[in-house]
Every structure is written in structure tokens, then in C-alpha cells.
Design a protein around this ligand. Sequence first.
Ligand code: NDP
Length: 386
Amino acid sequence: MAKIVLVLYDNPVDGYPKTYARDDLPKIERYSDGQTLPTPKAIDFQPGTLLGSVSGELGLRKYLESLGHELVVTSSKEGSDSVLDQHLHDAEIVISQPFWPAYMTAERIEKAKNLKIIVTAGIGSDHTDLDAAIKHDITVAEVTFCNSISVAEHVVMMILGLVRNYIPSYQWVMKGGWNIADCVARSYDIEGMHVGTVAAGRIGLAVLKRLKPFDMHLHYTDRHRLPESVERELGLTWHASREEMYGVCDVVTLNCPLHPETEHMINDETLKLFKRGAYLVNTARGKLADRDAIVRALESGQLAGYAGDVWFPQPAPEDHPWRKMPHHGMTPHISGTSLSAQARYAAGTREILECYFEKRPIRNEYLIVEGGKLAGVGAHSYSVKK
Ligand code: NDP
């Protein structure tokens, strides 16, 4: 019998929903690169329901208990009375989501003597110390592609929101005003602007594709160049380095994983390379940017706006300066956990668990670490400390 610890975000303050705004989800046959959606043998949940909060349990309880396993579901992950820490010593599997990450540090991994696999119900396993997972031969897997489009949609929304000054204008309505000039004194069109993505993986490329009809000039930088046909079709300009790309862009969006090569890549020095009045959207990871450098750049006007949904740590403390800095459009970490995305990552987590318990290989595209080394998609997209 295995113990599975599932760390999920809290239920809504008004309680777990009894009804939903819509009755179904659109049917998606395949991801845009041809990858199949998750293929568990069965699911025990209704797609379109709230699966990512503690009462949703990712729809896993029936399945796991039918196999005789013990499932612990909690949102308590930090502090001296953390339920996660209480169960780590004999947990075989830890599952969490980047929105409410169980930070699987080297210390926690050291204590978890029985731990065999860490699953990210979503994308991005930077909350796990990959070096420690490698050292202890713990498998790390995530549900690649499950919410990439969800995030790309959020990026487009945030770019439009910042450039068109949507949130302050909405606030004028809420305050009972009709203050056109206050609303538009910072409002522009994105048409004709230059937008660049750091990384053109699943999310970055999807953002570029979605922005093309807005008649923006599209730029990207990545470790591997996209096929020439894709560059031609979208009219992309490739840059050999991100530093070279920043200066030509009115809008920059970050879509790369957090790893030693990318941590704090946005800092006081690199922000000087941006055009004055550029907008920065970061839905990838909070630690890609130096927290206080972002605040300084907004206060000085070097950045005209900053939006995103990723912070460090998560949940962000009440006094996190990004809550109150000027011209921001931050959300809590929600872009990849729409009800649509939840159905996919819950099914993907179930698929990974079925493979694990039935001793079948986990899909290569889900693997980050296996057999004491970076593996699968992890070997392609991540790096470890040198
Ligand atoms: P992909 O693996 O498809 O894309 C990541 C891309 O980043 C790859 O093209 C990779 O390049 C590139 N890359 C890696 N390191 C660098 C670097 N140093 N400089 C430039 N490019 C680099 O992942 P996704 O697009 O699906 O997701 C990207 C990230 O977005 C995730 O790692 C995660 O952190 C974040 N995310 C956020 C979510 C949210 O809810 N806010 C949800 C999902 C993801 P190459 O392959 O060429 O080596």
C-alpha cells in the first residue's frame, strides 16, 4: 500500500461549488503539435468541475482507494504544523500544482525516505529540487501541454489589458465615474507594436500565433530555433540572445522554464536594455525576474506596465510589493488552472499514476527526471546546477 500526499489549493471562500456557470467543456481532439491529450484508462470526475482545490481531489480518491492506497489531501504545506511535512517520512508519491506548490526542497527530499515519484499536476517542476531528485533517484513527471494554451490565452489578455489600460478603466466604472481622459491617458493600440517572447515552446509559440492577427511585429529568442516554415508563416524575427531582443520590443513576454540559466534574468541591468515604456508580461515563473527591480522599473517609468500570475513564494505574502506597485495587472497564479485546464491535468495525473502502479513507462513527454538524470522533456527544457 502506498501513501500519496496530494497538495492542492483551498476551496472557494463560499464553499465548494454546487453549480457551475456552464454545463460542458468544448471537446479538443489533439494538441496543436499532434500530441494526444491525456489517456488514462478511466476517470472518476466530471470535466468542468473544480478539481484543483482540496475537495476536488483531482478526482483521484476512488481510483487510489480501490487499489488499497492511502490518499492524504491537504492545502497545508508550510510552517511547523504543515500536514505535508507530517506525512513526508512515509509518502511514496507527492503530487502538487505550480499554483500552490509543495516546495520539494533538498531537505524535504532527504527526509522522505520512501519517496519514489513527484508529480506536478500542471507544467513546470521548478518547485522540486531536481538535483536532489536526481541524487535520490526519484522520478519527476508533469502533464506537458495540459495548460499551455490556457496560459497563452492569459498572456494575450494581459498584453491587451496593460496596453489598453483596461484595469484602471474598469476601476473608474466601479467607482461610479465616467473619466474618459483618466482612462485613456495611458491607453494605446497593440497594432504595429513589436512583441517578443523569451522562449517559443508550447506557450511562447501559441502566444505568437494568437498575436499574429493583431498585426503586431513578432520576435522570439530560444535555445533552439523554430523550423524555417514556421518562422516564414508567422513572419517571425529570431534573436540569438534575449538581451538583443529586449531593445526592439514594445512588449516582452516570458515563456521559458525557471532553471539556473534563467533565474533572475530580468534585473536592474537587463531592464536598462528595454525600450522606455515597454510592457512586460510574465506568466512563466516569478523568480525569472528580480522582484524589487520590477518595482523600481515601474516607478521610474522604464516599464509602462507589468502583468503576470507567477510570484515567489506562492502564495505571495500580503505585503509582497507586486500587490501595490504602480501600473501592474497581476493575478494570483490562475492562468493554467481554468476549469478547462483542470480536466486535462487531472486526467494526465491519473495517467501518470496508472503507469506508475502498473509498472508501464510514463510517456517521454511527461518525464522530467528518471533513473537519476534529466529525462524526456526535462532533458530538453531544463538544466541542473553545474
Ligand atoms: P515548453 O517546454 O514547451 O517550452 C519551454 C521553452 O523554453 C522551450 O522552447 C525551451 O527551449 C525554452 N527555453 C529553456 N531555457 C531557455 C533559455 N535559457 N532561453 C530561452 N529559451 C529557453 O513549455 P511550455 O511552453 O508549456 O511552458 C513554459 C513555462 O511556462 C513552464 O516551464 C512553466 O514555468 C510556465 N508555465 C506557467 C503556467 C501558469 O499557470 N502560469 C502553466 C504552464 C507553464 P528549447 O526547447 O528550445 O530548449
